[in-house]
Design a protein around this ligand. Structure first.
Ligand SMILES: Nc1ncnc2c1ncn2[C@@H]1O[C@H](COP(=O)(O)OP(=O)(O)O)[C@@H](O)[C@H]1O
Ligand SMILES: [Mg+2]
Length: 656
């Protein structure tokens, strides 16, 4: 992976401290407002681009530069040939000179053409490879960013950065190099020819040049600001498109088409305006050079015309001068527009550099300890976590014993999923201790830590590939027999056999060709293949209908065998067999025990259970509940059990 050398951070060098998510540098990562000027100088940007990306192509670039210089210098040679063409051939009438003058001019054009083809081929190669490097680096870095980063940088925004911004950068440095190589060289040589003919004429021709300096600086600022605006608007549009297409079903069902189209059109409008302004600015500089050229020619004609008429200068000399200056304005115009193009690219480059330089805080420690062996248990001690000002966990303490099934119940928002995120280090706590197999989660490498877990949640992230690819996920070491075993255990075989292409069926974007239950079974097959010691089930069956739930539950039971399993479930019927049930309420474990113990205690769990039994009317639960009631009533502990208000409160707490 290429690394800008002035940014030598690597994953393992960052501290493994426990940063408060709220204070992470993520605040700086927020897309800056369009009109802010972060003032990254052109020098810094080009040096960064050079050391990180272009340097390794030095030889190709030197070769391209030489070819460009050759191409550029041919214009000087051509204008120089005007002198013999006019003076020797036309005016002196030496017919014999036609041959060599013509041959020389033909040769000049041929050299120019070949040099031009060569340098363009070299540049295309370097610029494409460079763009690919930038894109690969961006993707690699962005995937490693913290969860908080991805919350503030939606997918569309990042896609736009990787695709469009890199494309915007890509053209520019080759334009700059061409400018410096071909156009600057051409300019110098053409000026040399002009000065050789008459330095005073040259001065007159360029008289307008200094006047251009101030306006061109203003124009450049303007272009930079407008293109920054355009880049940000582009990213916002990409975000909107991404959200519309991802949410196409709700868009249709809520008949939001017109609304979305209006919003989009409005933002596109702004983008169009910013782009037009930026292009106008870019065009302004060559335009100004044109006007300057006109003034210069006028000056030379007035000033030099008399000298030719009086015979002080030959027509050939005037033609050489005139051609040289005429040719010179073209590279000058291009150089003028390069500065505008650079401003556009600099705006994109700034954004890319910003993204690449944000350091993730959730990284592996610099001196990781070895991952613990054996069946690991899990424990949290006095864990506090808040998102910004909002406390989510308030001194959570709990334990999930090795090889057992621990269930989590509690209202939505109680912090159950957060526990899973802490264990897998998708987020770090503000304080407290979290251990897996007796080792603090922050002490292992992220890779080792995540190798402990398989997660099955409501969202089985499927990719737009075949079913087989979605299950194997790049693994090549799985035998057909093992795969079949996994497919059977996960009940994938049940539906695969009805698919015309079997395992080679494309599942569609995000698995949209499969049903919810089928997607879950694919996720279970993946987890079986991963064969990790700890299993995290986050409402894996909540979104399913009763029939698919039953099948998925069977598969899950098989998956849980011989593992430490943590399961979050809404339906108490799925957790009643757990070895231990943790009842969570507002970021704390308020109670724990077995199903029977918790029922007997008559707390939140019992009320929740009562509620679900009323809704579900399951006879087994009813019997268990009646039994528990009798027990508790005997002890007189649930005096307010019949309080309807309490039920409502409990329901709201448990189901949000
Ligand atoms: N990334 C986040 N940023 C801000 N708040 C969050 C984030 N993730 C979760 N929360 C908040 O933390 C609380 C607990 O969330 P969660 O653990 O998902 O609850 P549960 O899984 O029990 O329903 C909720 O109030 C939720 O709004
Ligand atoms: Mg949750």
């Amino acid at each position: 992976m290429t690394h800008p050398s002035n940014n030598p951070s690597s994953e393992s060098e960052a501290p493994a401290a426990e940063p408060a998510p709220a204070q992470s540098p993520e605040a700086e990562a927020n897309p800056p407002a369009p009109d802010q000027d972060p003032h990254v100088s052109g020098y810094v940007l080009s040096r960064w681009l050079w050391t990180g990306y272009l340097k390794k192509h030095t030889w190709a670039l030197v070769a391209a530069f030489l070819l460009m210089s050759l191409e550029g210098s041919m214009l000087g040679a051509l204008s120089w040939m005007m002198k013999p063409m006019f003076d020797t051939v036309f005016i002196e009438g030496q017919t014999g000179a036609i041959g060599w003058v013509g041959a020389a001019i033909l040769g000049i054009f041929i050299v120019r053409a070949l040099a031009s083809i060569g340098q363009k081929a070299l540049l295309a190669r370097v610029s494409q490879m460079n763009a690919a490097d930038l894109r690969n680096d961006l993707l690699t870095k962005l995937m490693r960013q913290d969860g908080t980063f991805h919350q503030t940088h939606p997918p569309g925004f990042l896609i736009q950065r990787i695709q469009a911004d890199v494309a915007a950068v890509n053209g520019v440095w080759s334009a700059i190099l061409t400018g410096a190589g071909r156009d600057l060289i051409a300019l110098v040589i053409l000026m040399g020819v002009a000065i050789t003919v008459d330095w005073r004429w040259t001065l007159v021709a360029l008289i307008g040049a200094p006047i251009l300096v101030a306006p061109s600086i203003i124009v450049q600022r303007f272009v930079r600001a407008r293109s920054r605006e355009a880049r940000d608007l582009g990213a916002r549009l990409a975000v909107r498109l991404d959200e519309i297409f991802h949410g196409i079903v709700p868009v249709k069902l809520n008949r939001l088409e017109d609304y979305q189209a209006r919003q989009y059109a409005q933002q596109t409008d702004e983008l169009v305006r910013a782009e037009i302004r930026s292009t106008l600015g870019t065009a302004a500089i060559p335009g100004m050079i044109d006007i300057m050229a006109g003034v210069g020619f006028l000056g030379v004609l007035i000033f030099g015309g008399a000298e030719i008429i009086s015979g002080e200068k030959t027509v050939g000399e005037f033609m050489a001068f005139f051609t040289a200056i005429g040719f010179a304005f073209e590279p000058l115009r291009r150089l003028g527009s390069v500065s505008g193009t650079w401003q556009v690219a600099a705006a994109a480059l700034e954004r890319i550099k910003e993204l690449l330089e944000i350091k993730p805080t959730l990284v592996s420690p610099s001196n990781p300890v070895a991952a613990p062996a054996g069946m690991p248990g899990v424990s949290l001690r006095d864990v506090h976590l808040s998102y910004g000002e909002t406390p989510v966990l308030n001194g959570l303490t709990l334990e999930a014993k090795a090889g057992q099934t621990t269930a989590f119940v509690g209202a939505s928002g109680a912090g159950k999923s957060t526990v899973f995120n802490l264990l897998t280090r998708l987020v770090d706590p503000n304080s407290g201790h979290i251990e897996v197999g007796g080792v603090p989660v922050g002490a292992m490498t992220l890779e080792d830590l995540r190798n402990f877990f398989s997660v099955v949640s409501q969202d089985a992230a499927l990719f737009d590939e075949t079913l087989r690819e979605n299950i194997l996920l790049g693994r090549t070491d799985v035998s057909d027999a093992r795969l079949q075993e996994v497919l059977d255990a996960a009940h994938v075989t049940d539906f695969v056999q009805h698919l015309p292409k079997g395992l080679d069926t494309e599942v569609g974007p995000r698995g949209s060709n499969l049903s919810g239950g089928q997607r879950q079974r694919v996720a279970i097959a993946r987890a079986l293949l991963r064969d990790t010691p700890i299993l995290l089930l986050d409402e894996a069956t909540s979104a399913l209908d009763a029939k698919s739930e039953a099948v998925v539950q069977q598969a899950l039971d098989k998956l849980a065998q011989g593992r430490t399993t943590l399961v979050i479930a809404h339906r108490l019927s799925t957790v009643r067999n757990a070895d231990n049930i943790v009842v969570m309420d507002r970021g704390r474990a308020v109670d724990q025990g077995s199903h029977e113990e918790l029922l007997a205690r008559g707390g939140l769990y019992a009320h929740l259970h009562d509620l679900q039994f009323r809704t579900d009317g399951r006879s087994a639960d009813r019997m268990a509940l009646a039994e528990a009631r009798n027990q508790t009533r005997r002890r007189g502990e649930v005096a307010d059990a019949e309080d309807a208000g309490f039920f409502r409160r409990a329901f709201l707490r448990l189901f949000g």
